[in-house]
Design a protein around this ligand. Structure first.
Ligand SMILES: [Zn+2]
Length: 422
């Protein structure tokens, strides 16, 4: 069939409208009520892996990127009304001997971003700073940092204190690797790894020193035993910066109902991770089923990369495209899977003990309709539809985390002033 220019113009209009209609059905609009509530709330996210993009790719927060490339930039932050982000300082465990140095480079990359965008970002070091950044005449993104993986302190409390001085306000005791003082859920079944039945005596000192400094103790990633020991040791409420519920999605990275209740007794908060494999059992099953094939493909890619670049390890940023391709073979779960996790934690632990820990730029698949930080208002919309009151939604969006942060600051103040012997 041949077409005239006239017909082609009609065809283009038709295709445009069809595309628009498809976009509407895949991502329903947020209600005006939800939008107003979301825009008036102080929204806090406790985990984004964007610093690796700053450092490895030279990514700048001022660059508007397609969601296929990244979950975060300042335009998306504005669209999602994000008030505060805790950027993750994560160091590859195989880089032994360079942990602290690499952490310093990542910390610097966060400061560099804030310095480049003084009109839209501001470094923040306290719960008060977060509120001030938000309530200012021109609100800016309160920019905070959390270390992901205690191996970064290289078994040295002096380095822990230095990281605090540089602005680090939480530390995940482990990442997927057991370190020399705390067990991880990531390798707890690996007989080749030396475990410690939770925390070593030094690990307990780390927790106490974090309490004294006012650095939030983060139990995401740790083994169940490490979790329970930490709750006994910590004098301040703990956070799970990016963990979901195991009763709904059976992954060791997620928390059991018993753990959720323990966090509630501790007055802490569980910040739900958005990763499709952590919030949807069907996705997780498929993701596990493709693991042998995926791992082989990644290993082959790494070997090739390391040979070509003459390096001993591959940066995550280099292989993330491949990981995304594999994850994209599995249908994305509906947004309701994520909302189910928030709802479950709110029911089991209480609505005062749940929040958002997206894991943006650290995960390869997100639920439908949640393509980036710009889509956070959809969570508000879904929570209202489930019957949560505006006051409860505000707590989930950030109020709970701010309460815990303040309590951690108060415990620190108490330990550093009232209890200090002359
Ligand atoms: Zn993580």
């Amino acid at each position: 069939m041949t077409t005239t220019p006239h017909m082609r113009r009609y065809l283009l209009v038709f295709l445009f409208l069809a595309g628009w209609a498809a976009a509407q059905t895949s991502a329903p609009a947020v209600s005006a009520k939800a939008r107003a509530l979301h825009d008036s709330a102080l929204v806090v996210d406790t985990h984004a892996d964007t610093p690796q993009r700053f450092l490895d790719e030279g990514f700048d927060m001022g660059t508007v990127t397609p969601v296929s490339q990244g979950h975060m930039d300042l335009e998306k932050v504005r669209a999602g009304n994000l008030g505060a982000e805790f950027f993750a300082i994560w160091v590859e465990p195989s880089w032994k001997g360079q942990y602290a140095q690499h952490a310093m480079l990542l910390i610097d990359s966060v400061y560099q971003q804030a310095a480049r965008h003084p009109d839209r970002m501001v470094m923040a070091f306290s719960s008060r700073d977060i509120r001030a950044a938000r309530s200012a005449k021109h609100p800016r993104l309160a920019t905070l940092m959390g270390i992901e993986g205690g191996h970064a302190i290289e078994n040295d409390l002096g380095l822990l204190r230095d990281f605090y001085r540089l602005g680090v306000r939480y530390m995940t005791l482990t990442w997927s690797n057991t370190n020399e003082w705390a067990d991880s859920s990531g390798d707890i079944d690996d007989p080749k790894v030396e475990h410690h039945k939770g925390l070593t005596p030094f690990g307990k000192e780390v927790v106490q020193e974090m309490n004294r400094l006012g650095m939030m103790v983060d139990i995401s990633h740790v083994s169940d035993k490490t979790f329970y020991t930490t709750l006994v040791i910590s004098r301040a409420p703990v956070i799970a910066s990016h963990s979901s519920a195991r009763a709904l999605t059976d992954h060791p990275r997620n928390m059991t109902d018993d753990m959720l209740r323990a966090v509630a007794r501790n007055d802490g908060v569980v910040q739900v991770n958005f990763f499709s494999a952590f919030v949807d059992q069907k996705f997780l099953d498929a993701y596990r089923a493709q693991k042998p094939e995926r791992d082989a493909a990644v290993a082959a890619f790494e070997e090739k990369y390391q040979k070509e670049h003459n390096v001993a390890s591959t940066p995550y940023s280099a292989e993330v495209e491949l990981e995304k391709e594999w994850a994209a073979k599995i249908p994305r779960p509906p947004l309701s899977s994520l909302i189910d996790h928030i709802d479950h934690i709110a029911k089991v632990a209480g609505v005062d003990h749940v929040g958002l820990g997206s894991d943006f730029d650290g995960v390869t698949s997100l639920p439908q309709g949640l393509d980036s930080v710009a889509d956070l208002p959809r969570i508000t919309d879904a929570l209202l539809q489930r019957g949560y009151t505006p006051a409860q939604v505000r707590k989930i969006l950030g109020g709970n985390l701010l309460r815990v942060f303040r309590q951690v600051e108060q415990v620190s103040h108490q330990m550093q002033t009232v209890e200090v012997k002359p």
